[in-house]
Ligand binder design. Structure first.
Ligand SMILES: [Zn+2]
Length: 270
């Protein structure tokens, strides 16, 4: 069974990557492809950010660098509520129409809006129209200036109920609010969650045990087929360590295939 990593970045994180200079986008892409190949990852989705600068390439830049290449890579476009204009929204629609992006990612917490804020509705409508998932940041943020109340997984319930046709992916299983994430998943069949970004770098023995227990608890609470997706959050989390973490979960074949391939393949229509 192939493996899909539904959550990687080509951003450069100076606080953890600590190289002498910022590597070029091309170098980061090569590193991603090498890391995927070393870990037998067949396909990855690159998530762009809510802001674009020398460390965070824009969606257009990623589209350009992947153009006419046969890489097993897809794009989920980050969207900013604070800094977009109508032209940005139109561009997003065109990318969806042309099949250049597989979904849209929103950064609640990094931007100070609840997922059910009316400002987001036209993004949800767009995702429904093009039958693509919206990915929402949930849980702890990688930035001290974010406000986590906007990223609490319980907020997802409102949009799941009010938009029954919308496919929603909670990123990071709402970590550390895994129990709340579990309830949202249990209650709302249009909600999925990716298990990315639970650690920075490698899993320690403690993290391995802790998250293994928590993920198994979520899986036993949900009816099958479950709605968890494999994602690493590379380069924040180490890809090799993540695959090892999943191997050690010792999932049933059905559960394993859903997590590593089938759920992503279905929701992103890969
Ligand atoms: Zn991420």
């Amino acid at each position: 069974m192939p493996i899909i990593d539904c959550h990687v970045h080509l951003n450069y994180y100076s606080n953890i990557q600590k190289t002498k200079r910022i590597p070029s986008l091309k170098d980061r892409l090569i590193e991603l492809l090498e890391t995927m190949s070393n870990n037998k990852i067949d396909y990855s989705l690159i998530l762009t950010s809510y802001k674009f600068d020398s460390e965070r390439p824009s969606t257009s830049q990623i589209i350009d660098i992947l153009k006419n290449k046969d890489y097993k890579l897809g794009i989920v476009a980050g969207f900013t509520i604070d800094n977009h204009n109508d032209e940005d929204f139109r561009k997003c629609r065109d990318w969806l129409k042309d099949g250049l992006i597989k979904g849209i990612k929103l950064y609640c917490g990094y931007e100070y809006y609840y997922p059910y804020d009316k400002k987001y509705q036209r993004i949800y409508d767009l995702c429904i129209e093009y039958k693509v998932p919206v990915m929402l940041h949930t849980g702890d943020t990688f930035s001290p200036t974010s406000k986590v109340r906007f990223a609490h997984p319980l907020n997802i319930d409102d949009i799941a109920v009010d938009n029954p046709e919308l496919i929603i992916i909670m990123c990071h299983i709402g970590n550390p609010w895994l129990l709340d994430c579990q309830e949202i998943l249990y209650k709302n069949k249009n909600v999925y969650a990716d298990i990315s970004g639970l650690v920075i770098g490698n899993f320690t023995l403690y993290a391995q045990r802790y998250y293994s227990y928590k993920i198994k608890e979520i899986l036993s609470y949900l009816e099958m087929p479950h709605r968890l997706l494999y994602g690493s959050d590379w380069p924040i989390s180490n890809m090799k360590s993540y695959i090892k973490f999943v191997d050690k979960l010792k999932l049933t074949k059905q559960s394993h295939d859903l997590l590593l391939f089938k759920n992503s393949s279905n929701v992103f229509r890969l």
